[in-house]
Ligand binder design. Structure first.
Ligand SMILES: CCN(CC)CCN(C[C@]12C[C@](c3ccc(C(F)(F)F)cc3)(C1)C2)C(=O)Cn1c(SCc2ccc(F)cc2)nc(=O)c2c1C=CC2
Length: 400
C-alpha cells in the first residue's frame, strides 16, 4: 500500500537484542487501582500483532481538552493521522523467561498517558529491561479510565458477576484560571508517587508468583514473569511532571535505587523534599525547556555524597522525549513544537543510551552500556554537561 510519510518512519524499534512485547494491566475495579502498560523482552513470533499506539479514541478527546481545542475537530484530525499508528511492540506476546531483568517504573507527563513514550520504553525493554509505564488517575493525564462494577439500580439482580463492567473516563483537569496552580500540582504529584509505589508492589507480587486479576480482557500469561525481575535492580524514570514524580518516588521508597528525570518540571516539588533523597539521579534536559527557577531546583539536588548528573541535548525540545516527535513531517513538527533541530531518531538514541549507561552504573548491570558513559558527563557531539542557561553565580557558603 502507499505509505504516508507518517507511517513509513514512525516510532523506532528497539535496538537491543530482545524482541519487545507489551501488555496492559488494570489491577482492580476502582480509581485507586494500578493501570499500566508493561513493555518486556518477549518470545519473537509472527503470530502476534504490534500494539495500537493510541488504543481508544477517548484519548484523542482528552488531547483536545489539553490543547484547549474543539473535541470534534481534533478527534477527526488525530484519528485520521494517528488512528492506525502501531507501536513497535507485539501485543500480549509471551514473556521471555529464563533470566532476571532489571525493572524501570515510568511516569508520563502532564496531558500525556501510558502509551505515548513507547520509543523510550521499547528502547530499554529491547536491551533486557521490564518497563512499567503507569497511567495516572490524578486528572493530569489527557484521558484515562477505570472499569467499575455496574451500579445496577435494581440490586435484586443475583448474578452480578455477569453484569458488564462500565468504563469511567477521567480527563485532564485544568488548574483554576487565575488562581495559583501549586495546590493542584502538589496534590497530583503526591497521588502520582503513590501510584508508582503501588505499581512496584504489584510487579513484585507478580514476580513472587501471586495470581493476577486483570480487569482488562487479555489472554496474557502472567505466570511467565515468576522470578524474572531482579528485585534489587529497580529504577524510576519519568518525563516532565513524571520526572518530578520519579524524584518524589525516590524519596518515598529506597527500593528505587536511582532515578532518570527526563526534562523535569520541578514546580510541584518543595526544597525540603531533596534532603530525603539519597539515590543517584540524572537530569536529561532539552535545549528549550529551561528556565532559571526550574534549573535552580535541580541544582538544589546537587550532591557530593551521591552521583547527581545533568546534561542538555542540543537542538532538542520538550516533545523530543514522547513519541509525537516521530510522527509528523518537519514543518508541522516545528509549528507544534514536536520537533527540534536535532533528528528525532538521533535524539531518542541519546536519551536511551545515556539512560542505559546511568542504569548500568547505579543498578550494577553486567552489560556493555558503559560504552555510553561519556554521555553521562555531557561529552558527545549532541550533548553538553549541565544547563545552557547562564545562572547567577552559585551562592555557595564560601562566597557568602
Ligand atoms: C501546561 C501548559 N500546557 C497546557 C496548555 C501546554 C501543553 N503542553 C505542551 C503540549 C504537549 C502538546 C502536544 C501534544 C500532542 C500534539 C499533537 F497534535 F501531536 F497531538 C500537539 C501538542 C501539549 C504540546 C504541555 O503540557 C507541556 N508539558 C508536558 S507535555 C507532555 C505530553 C502531553 C501530551 C502529549 F501528547 C505528549 C506529551 N508535560 C508536562 O508534564 C508539563 C508540560 C508543561 C509543564 C509540565
Amino acid at each position: 500500500g502507499s505509505y504516508s510519510s507518517v507511517q513509513f518512519c514512525g516510532i523506532p524499534q528497539g535496538k537491543g537484542p530482545h524482541a519487545v512485547g507489551c501488555t496492559d494491566l488494570m489491577s482492580d475495579h476502582t480509581i485507586q487501582g494500578s493501570f499500566l502498560r508493561l513493555f518486556y523482552p518477549c518470545i519473537d513470533g509472527d503470530e502476534y500483532e504490534e500494539a495500537t499506539w493510541i488504543p481508544r479514541r477517548e484519548y484523542y478527546l482528552g488531547l483536545a481538552d489539553t490543547l484547549k481545542l474543539n473535541r470534534t475537530i481534533v478527534d477527526f484530525i488525530l484519528s485520521y493521522y494517528f488512528g492506525s499508528i502501531k507501536c513497535p511492540a507485539k501485543l500480549n506476546a509471551p514473556f521471555k523467561s529464563g533470566e532476571k531483568y532489571p525493572l524501570v517504573v515510568f511516569s508520563h507527563g502532564l496531558g500525556a498517558f501510558r502509551t505515548l513514550y513507547s520509543a523510550f520504553c521499547i528502547g530499554l525493554a529491547s536491551q533486557g529491561f521490564v518497563v512499567a509505564a503507569v497511567e495516572h488517575r490524578d486528572e493530569s493525564a489527557s484521558a484515562t479510565f477505570y472499569l467499575r462494577e455496574h451500579s445496577s439500580a435494581d440490586s435484586s439482580e443475583q448474578d452480578d458477576a455477569s453484569e458488564p463492567l462500565e468504563e469511567v473516563w477521567i480527563y485532564n483537569k485544568a488548574p483554576p484560571p487565575g488562581e495559583d496552580e501549586f495546590p493542584l500540582r502538589f496534590e497530583q504529584v503526591q497521588k502520582r508517587t503513590d501510584e508508582c509505589l503501588q505499581a512496584l508492589d504489584l510487579l513484585l507480587d507478580i514476580n513472587a508468583g501471586k495470581p493476577v486479576n486483570n480487569a482488562l480482557p487479555s489472554k496474557f500469561n502472567w505466570l511467565l514473569l515468576k522470578d524474572s525481575i531482579d528485585v534489587q535492580k529497580v529504577a524510576v524514570a519519568g518525563h516532565s511532571f513524571g520526572a518530578a514524580t520519579a524524584i518524589k518516588a525516590l524519596g518515598r521508597d529506597s527500593r528505587f535505587r536511582c532515578g532518570v528525570a527526563l526534562d523535569a518540571w520541578m514546580y510541584s516539588l518543595r526544597e525540603e523534599l531533596f534532603s530525603t533523597i539519597h539515590q543517584p539521579v540524572i537530569f536529561v534536559n532539552s535545549e528549550k525547556f529551561q528556565w532559571v527557577n526550574n534549573i535552580l531546583l535541580m541544582k538544589k539536588m546537587d550532591s557530593t555524597s551521591m552521583e547527581r548528573k545533568m546534561i542538555t541535548i542540543k537542538g532538542s525540545v520538550h516533545q523530543s522525549f514522547p513519541d509525537f516527535t516521530f510522527l509528523t513531517g518537519y514543518l508541522i513538527g516545528k509549528i507544534f513544537k514536536l520537533k527540534g533541530e536535532i533528528d528525532p531518531y538521533v535524539g531518542m538514541d541519546i536519551i536511551i543510551n545515556v539512560t542505559l549507561a546511568f542504569l548500568q552504573r547505579h543498578l550494577g548491570l553486567q552489560k556493555d552500556f558503559n560504552q555510553w558513559d561519556p554521555l553521562i558527563d555531557g561529552k558527545g557531539e549532541f550533548v553538553i554537561p549541565g544547563t545552557n542557561l547562564d545562572l547567577p553565580p552559585a551562592h555557595t557558603e564560601a562566597s557568602k
